[in-house]
Design a protein around this ligand. Structure first.
Ligand code: DAH
Length: 345
């Protein structure tokens, strides 16, 4: 009896091995295994007979049946791994078009660059051309030619970075007006974006910042044209509902001069608590005015006879425009390059 069981167990192990090798998929493999080791499986049936044997016979037959069971289990695991590998190997070299793609990381413009481009684009669309000038500038271009007299605070050491007695880091982009008139004939319509420097550093001032200067020179140019141009700009930049107001002001290089305010774009549906305009409803955005004839007189060219040509000019801080448009509370944030801020744009 026990010898017969032993032989049966070995025969079953052998046939199981054949069947497992022939099984072609995971499901078939599981079926084969269960036909030997499952509840009604043939090896399981032998195992059930062990308790009926004499104690001396039990050992020999028991170990043969258990051996058969272990063999089948081990072969099952081995074959299952092999079948998985085959399936993977078959798909190697094929592209799974259903996988989500890997997106390229995209950089983007710094908010100051964005404001710079938006501002220049608007003026270019109105027919302005772009002019540039040096950041290291002579005292004459930066101050004297713009009717900024000696003793004016803008010329003082505590406000201006001096390179030597007659050379400064430009404190505004207005000297590009002078350079443009020295080298180009009227009619003129230019904007001059650029970097400027002042000895200042607090929540609303940084020692380096950006400005855009504008200059229009022609015959018959009027204050009405200045107002129309700047109002159109403000609506293009801040939105079509923007209101614009002009306040009398003073700049040495313009006469008359006006400061331009726009209605606060953050106040639309708020009646109280605007942190941008502090509930004044207006934001000061730029300085402007009709070119002072004294500036034309500094340009030693007959084309700029102050009795014949008129013009208007304006200047604005690009960083300030970016802060106002994008709601950034501290100017210095624009120069810290903190990714947590920059990634929001
Ligand atoms: N240059 C002035 C500044 O830096 C800005 C400015 C005001 C420019 C009025 C102008 C102007 O051309 O007309 O504050």
């Amino acid at each position: 009896m026990s010898d017969a069981l032993t032989l049966q167990a070995r025969a079953l192990a052998e046939s199981a091995s054949r069947d497992l090798h022939e099984a072609s998929g995971e499901a078939e493999l599981a079926r084969v295994k269960s036909s030997y080791l499952g509840k009604g499986g043939s090896i399981s049936a032998l195992l059930k007979q062990i308790p009926t044997l004499d104690p001396e016979q039990r050992r020999g037959a028991g170990s043969a049946i258990n051996e058969a069971k272990k063999k089948v289990e081990a072969l099952f695991v081995e074959r299952r791994a092999a079948i998985k590998d085959e399936a993977l190997g078959a798909s190697a070299g094929h592209v799974d078009v259903t996988l989500p793609g890997r997106l390229d990381w995209q950089g983007h413009e710094h908010p100051v660059t964005r404001a710079w481009n938006e501002i220049t684009d608007i003026f270019v669309s109105m027919g302005f051309t772009i002019a540039e000038g040096p950041e290291v500038e002579t005292d004459w271009h930066c101050f004297t030619a713009l009717n900024i007299p000696p003793g004016h605070p803008a010329r003082e050491m505590q406000d201006t970075f001096y390179v030597d007695d007659n050379v400064v880091l430009r404190t505004h982009t207005s000297p590009v007006q002078v350079r443009t008139m020295l080298h180009n004939d009227p009619p003129l319509r230019v904007i001059c974006p650029g970097v400027v420097y002042r000895r200042d550093n607090d929540i609303t001032h940084t020692p380096m910042f950006h400005q855009v200067e504008g200059l229009v020179v022609d015959q018959g140019t009027t204050m009405a044209e200045l107002r129309g141009t700047l109002a159109a700009f403000a609506r293009a930049f801040f939105g079509p509902k923007t209101k614009v107001r002009f306040r009398p002001s003073y700049f040495p290089f313009t006469e008359p001069s006006a400061e331009v305010d726009v209605s606060c774009p953050f106040c639309e549906d708020r009646t109280i608590g605007c942190r941008v305009c502090k509930d004044t409803r207006w934001l000061e955005v730029l300085g402007s005015g009709m070119v002072d004839p004294a500036v034309f007189d500094q340009i030693d060219r007959p084309e700029y006879d102050s009795r014949v040509v008129q013009g208007f000019a304006f200047g604005m801080g690009i960083d300030r425009m970016a802060m106002l448009k994008y709601g950034i509370g501290d100017l210095r944030l624009l120069f810290e390059n903190d990714q947590r801020l920059l990634e929001q744009f």
